[in-house]
Write a protein that binds this ligand. Structure first.
Ligand code: F6P
Length: 342
């Protein structure tokens, strides 16, 4: 059995741990592995590397992805789709493990419907894929947000300022909510709930009247004010899956807070710091469990499935279900966060 493995979309800590687990577990079954370079681009252009247990040695704690990644969408052109299907035949791939978010797994779903034996491993720093409670990389990102907030609290307090911290989270505010709870944020803004600038300012004002001289606002990059009617973007260009480059809500809000309240304000964009570097122990373990399960699904001949974490059990759901809708922040997490705001 020759199994192709690719990593697509934005990287996140734990991708290499999945690759390692896939190869190590598969080696026990006598499987061979073909690594595909840079996500779907490597299958369009047939750029691959043979993956052995030696190839994956030492990968467990390493951030990024040894296979490289891209946001190539092979379904955008019929020529690229045909090239992918043809290259799968030419490379004699019996199955394909696709490690990615809704875009990469959306392609895996379509290919499965065309008869390719695909398996999905959920990867999104935003933690917004349905059917799995958590994705690897999310815990690392939340830890980085908490670490950052600990430091920002002291400098913000020293200067009696308001600090807006922009974190990742395109359509769902999981990182903002979990990071905000862990780091003691005073205001948390998420894409699921467009915010009112006047309300945010009055929150900060009231805090000051209570004698608290600093405020930390955590805003997901996809959060936006009601009056703007949509997300704040860096430029108008869209990627191959139709996503705009987000960014700017932190800067925008810090200016508004300063203008409206007179409180000196600053903003920090945590950006790709949240995605780079070594995964936490939790993410290494989750990524390892996902990788092992992906190979075991192949061994059982169960394709068109995505491995998933439900409770503390590793299970699997259909790829089509996993990619059908975005998992937004749950009511219970919001309830807990709200208790500590203000
Ligand atoms: O999709 C995950 C994500 O990290 C988003 O939170 C963010 O908007 C985007 O990727 C950033 O993408 P890029 O690495 O292409 O700048």
């Amino acid at each position: 059995m020759n199994i192709g493995v690719l990593t697509g979309g934005g990287d996140c800590p734990g991708l290499n741990a999945v690759i390692r687990a896939v190869v190590r577990r598969g080696d026990q079954f006598g499987y061979e592995f073909t690594g595909i370079r840079d996500g779907w681009r490597g299958l369009v252009e047939s750029e691959t590397v043979k993956m052995t247990p030696e190839f994956v040695s030492g990968l467990l704690p390493v951030g990024g992805t040894k296979l490289g990644t891209s946001r190539t969408n092979p379904l955008k052109s019929e020529k690229d789709t045909a090239a992918v299907i043809n290259n799968i035949k030419q490379l004699k791939l019996d199955a394909l493990i696709c490690i990615g978010g809704d875009d990469t797994l959306g392609v895996a779903t379509k290919l499965f419907q065309k008869g390719i034996k695909t398996i999905g491993v959920p990867k999104t720093i935003d933690n917004d894929l349905s059917g799995t409670d958590f994705t690897f990389g999310f815990d690392t990102a939340v830890s980085i947000v908490a670490w950052s907030l600990d430091r920002l609290h002291t400098t913000t307090e020293a200067h009696h300022r308001a600090m807006v911290v922009e974190v990742m989270g395109r359509h769902a505010g999981w990182i903002a909510v979990y990071g905000g709870i862990a780091g003691g944020a005073n205001v948390i803004l998420i894409p699921e709930k467009p915010f009112d600038i006047t309300e945010v300012c009055s929150y900060i004002d009231k805090r000051r009247q209570r004698g608290k001289c600093s405020s930390i606002v955590v805003a997901a990059e996809g959060a936006y004010p009601k009056e703007a009617g949509g997300m704040i973007t860096k430029d108008k260009a869209l990627d191959a899956f139709g996503h705009a480059k987000l960014g700017g809500v932190g800067e925008f809000l810090a200016k508004e807070i300063e203008n409206r309240t007179g409180i000196e304000s600053r903003h920090v964009v945590l950006g790709h710091l949240q995605r780079g570097g070594t995964p936490t122990a939790y993410d290494r373990i989750l990524a390892t469990r996902f990788g092992v399960k992906a190979v075991e699904l192949i061994h059982e001949g169960r394709f068109g499935r995505m491995v998933a974490l439900q409770g503390n059990a590793i299970t699997d759901i259909s790829l089509a279900d996993a990619t059908s809708k975005t998992k937004t922040v749950d009511a219970e997490s919001l309830r807990i966060a709200e208790i500590f705001l203000g």
